[in-house]
Write a protein that binds this ligand. Structure first.
Ligand code: HEM
Length: 481
């Protein structure tokens, strides 16, 4: 391959060491267009970072079906045991910026793009099965609370806890983040969850509700606050390094994909709202069914091209997989494409990491950075007499019955946000509880007393031992601040 240096227009660069000047001691000449081009490109190298999940790591791999689930979904990627589909996965922390340290106490993003023969299917999940809230109107506020304070430009535990403790539905997620699982040792050593309820549609047009779980085959490994602090002091890129180096060594990380299933009738009779993102489906009632194995086995050759420019969206589903009434999911169906049109441009679908691996034929036209031929001379309207752009009615979903009066229903007034954190707390052994108390206390240290007390009251509603434990852990720290 000819690696000789040229300008972007392909002309040879004769000198890349010295700018053009008027004499050996004179000023630069504006006609040094190579220098101008180099600077101008350099000034535009940074693209906007993702609003959340800015710091991340990605890799390519495969998904292999190990169990038959065709009675639940007609999605072609699950069509036969042994079938393989190419994937790209990106893991991330949420609150930190692009340069943040990896080993922070935070949720981890777990996003997987399946390049199926029926289009891209993206699972854009986290390493936790639930989330802080169930109403998307409160999502921007969450991010303003966990990101930097507008005046100090510092991350603010006060803002963070002030907000969390005023959302009763957040306790479940807060309990997970403050537990020993709050700092995964690496991206390989954590589970992934689609978190929302989605739907499966089978060949008979029957719908099941479904939740996706990626169970790590590397085992769960976590860091304590002290271990993480020591690690960050030496290595801010610990998760990126771990993933990249493991794949280079040929130690390919794997996760078992499992699903929980619920019939429409079970959903209608469920005592809890199965579309509430702050709640899990109890495993004893809705057991896990094994589906296949996700393996990551190839590092991208270029981080910016593939990882930074990757665009995942829960809106990317394929026939046989659909959405659900979860309002958080519905908000996300808009948010991701919209954010990516700003972050990457209207034609971000044409960036190779985002391009379907199957033939695709959408009739969007023009726009900035259209580099794929723009459908050439093909007409851009439908209906037309030429048989172009025909819709594919065979893939319509079965109707979903919905009812109810339109209103801003207040779910906080009458729902139960404490049974599930209570159950989680009671599952923990003594040592796990102590981790939870101490992690919470360290995070709450320095936060105004009324916010600490509000959190303790919330914990008490789950289990008085939870509130008492946090309170005692705070008392132990009190002389320090
Ligand atoms: C990234 C919005 C809830 C997981 C993002 C981005 C936006 C966003 C705008 C940046 C997208 C980009 O620039 O490419 C929202 C909104 C939410 C929400 C509006 C709620 C209404 C969630 C939930 C999960 C989640 C509940 C997990 C279950 C992720 C992940 C990424 C992300 C993993 C990073 C994807 C990647 O690696 O590129 N979110 N989000 N988000 N979000 Fe959300």
């Amino acid at each position: 391959m000819d690696r000789k240096l040229t300008t972007a227009a392909g002309a040879p660069v004769a000198d890349n060491q010295n700018v053009e000047t008027a004499g050996p001691r004179g000023p630069m000449l504006l006609q040094d267009v190579w220098h101008l081009e180099k600077l101008a490109h350099f000034h535009r190298e940074v693209i906007p970072e993702r609003r959340m999940h800015a710091k991340g790591s990605g890799a390519f791999g495969t998904f292999t079906v190990t169990h038959d689930i065709t009675r639940y979904t007609k999605a072609a990627l699950f069509g036969a045991v042994g079938k393989k589909t190419e994937v790209f996965a990106r893991f991330s922390t949420v609150a930190g910026e692009r340069g943040a340290a990896d080993a922070e106490r935070d949720i981890r993003g777990f996003a997987v793009k399946f390049y199926t023969e029926q289009g891209n299917w993206d699972v854009v999940g986290n390493n936790t099965p639930v989330f802080f809230m169930r109403d998307p109107l409160k999502f921007p506020d969450l991010n303003h609370a966990v990101k930097r304070d507008p005046r100090t430009n510092l991350r603010s535990a006060e803002n963070n806890w002030d907000y969390w403790t005023l959302l009763p539905e957040a306790l479940h997620q807060v309990t997970i983040v403050m537990s020993e699982r709050g700092i995964p040792a690496s991206y390989r050593h954590m589970h992934g969850f689609g978190s929302h309820t989605f739907s499966f549609i089978n060949a008979q047009g029957e719908r099941h509700w479904v939740k996706f779980h990626f169970v790590t085959q590397q085992g769960i490994v976590n860091l304590t606050d002290a271990e993480a602090a020591e690690l960050i002091a030496k290595d801010r890129e610990s998760s990126q390094r771990d993933l990249f180096e493991a794949i280079e060594r040929g130690e390919y990380p794997r996760w078992t994909l499992k699903v929980q299933l619920m019939t429409e009738q079970q959903a209608a009779q469920s005592s809890f709202n199965p579309f509430d993102l702050t709640k899990v489906w109890p495993h004893k009632d809705y057991p896990l069914h094994e589906v296949g194995v996700l393996e990551l086995n190839r590092n991208p050759d270029n981080y910016h091209a593939d990882v930074e420019q990757a665009a995942f969206t829960p809106a990317n589903v394929v026939p046989g997989i659909g959405f659900s009434p979860d309002r958080m999911l519905q908000s996300r169906l808009f948010a991701y494409g919209d954010a990516q049109r700003y972050r990457l441009g209207v034609n971000h679908h044409a960036i190779p990491v985002n391009t379907p691996r199957c033939p695709f034929h959408s009739y969007h036209r023009d726009g900035a950075m259209r580099v794929d031929g723009n459908q050439g001379g093909t007409i851009g309207y439908e209906p037309n007499s030429k048989g172009e752009w025909q819709e594919q009615a065979a893939y319509a979903e079965p109707p979903l019955a919905l009812d109810g009066a339109a209103a801003r229903w207040n779910h906080r007034a009458d729902d139960d946000y404490y049974s599930q954190p209570r159950a989680l707390f009671r599952l923990m052994d003594e040592q796990q509880r102590q981790f939870l108390f101490d992690n919470t206390a360290r995070s709450l240290a320095g936060v105004p007393l009324h916010i600490q007390q509000r959190h303790i009251l919330n914990c008490n509603k789950a289990d008085e031992a939870y509130g008492a434990g946090v309170s005692a852990a705070l008392d132990k720290l009190r002389p320090l601040w």
